[in-house]
Every structure is written in C-alpha cells, then in structure tokens.
Design a protein around this ligand. Sequence first.
Ligand SMILES: *Cc1c(COP(=O)(O)O)cnc(C)c1O
Length: 229
Amino acid sequence: MTIISANLQAVRARIDAAATAAGRAPESVRLLAVSKTWPAACVREAAACGQSSFGESYLQEALPKIALLSDLGLDWHFIGPLQSNKTQGVAEHFHWVHGLDREKIAARLSAQRPAALPPLQVCIQVNVSGENTKGGIRPEQAEMLARAVAALPGLKLRGLMAIPEMSEDSPLVHRRFAALRELLSHLNSRGMALDTLSMGMSHDLEAAIAEGATIVRVGTAIFGERPKQ
Ligand SMILES: *Cc1c(COP(=O)(O)O)cnc(C)c1O
C-alpha cells in the first residue's frame, strides 16, 4: 500500500468516525483532497484509490494538472483567493469555487462560464473569526451577496465556506463552525435552498463535521506536509 492510499484510508476513517459520533451518515460528508503543490502523479495515485474531488489554490499550477488528468473525469474545486485576472481560467476549467467573496468576481465568473458547461457550483466565503487578514465577507453581508450570486445564470450557489483561525481552543473552533452552520440555516429560512457547508481541514475536520460540514478540504493528512513555497 502506498503512503497516499494509507493516508486516504485513515482520513476516510476519521470522517466516518466523526460523522457517526455526530449521528450523521458518513456519506453526508464529501472529502475534497487538496492537491495544491503536489504533482499530477500524486493526484492520479489518489484517484486510483477512488478519490474523485480535488482542490487547487493556484490557477497556473492547476491548469496543466487538470489537462494531464482529463482522462479521469475528476471534479476540480478552486479553493484559493480569486482575483479578476484568474476568473476566466477558473470559469472554463473548474466545477466548483469555494472562496467567493465579491460580487464583481461572481459576475465575471458567471459571464465567463462556457454555455456548454453546467453552471459553476459556488460557495460564499465568510470570515467567521473576524481576523482582517482573512478572505471572506462579514456574516452580516452574506445575505446580500448570496442574493446577488443566486441571480447569476452561470453560477449555482450551493452554500458557505469558512477557514477559522488556527486555534487549540476547541470550544472556540466549534463556535466558529457553528456560526457558519447557523448562517446557512438563516439564509435557508429566508427562502434560499443551500445544501453545502465547506469547512474543516486536516487539523480540525472532526469539529467541522460535528458542526455540520458537508465538504471537508484536506491536504496535509493525505499528501503530507507541503513544501514551503
Ligand atoms: C491548503 C488548504 C486546505 C488544506 O489544508 P490542510 O491543512 O493541508 O488540510 C484547505 N482549505 C483551503 C482553503 C486551503 O487553502
């Protein structure tokens, strides 16, 4: 067994255990394997173990990988910060975007989404920890952006995403994830039909699943420590 396949099995076991402990079906949590910085061969190895969803943060790195692996029919999720000059490549080559936090970027993605493809699935990133270094909109602004995004024909708004601060304070981490879940249910009570909470990474996926994550984004626990960039 390779390291990647052993790691994938271990991560899936963590997901199953966390879901079961929370009284949730393990299938209700999708594993997004974050392959940024790792070569196409590593993605191919993970795909051979049945992993089909992959997350990338850097467009220039992702495009050649996506092309090299086009025979596999994988699902590609853009999880990095998104500037205007990246929207075209993302709209043309990805299935999902997790870090949407500006209407202008949403409008560009929608306009640039090729008509032959289904709408790009998107999550709005919310800054749940109030750190001003982080991407994401303030929770109070989520509804306005969600309504704007939901009206764009090239996009399909699926839900919310967050990256809370790194913290050893477990109750605090739970509160951050719970805040995202409560915001999603608030939007749903206001007439939206959102089904996705993208939250939880290698170090905190258990807390995220306990608080309702439907997608966990896991890199290090699958592929190993990333080389410093
Ligand atoms: C890199 C990254 C991850 C994966 O983090 P790990 O700690 O390696 O699991 C998840 N989400 C986002 C947005 C990332 O940029």
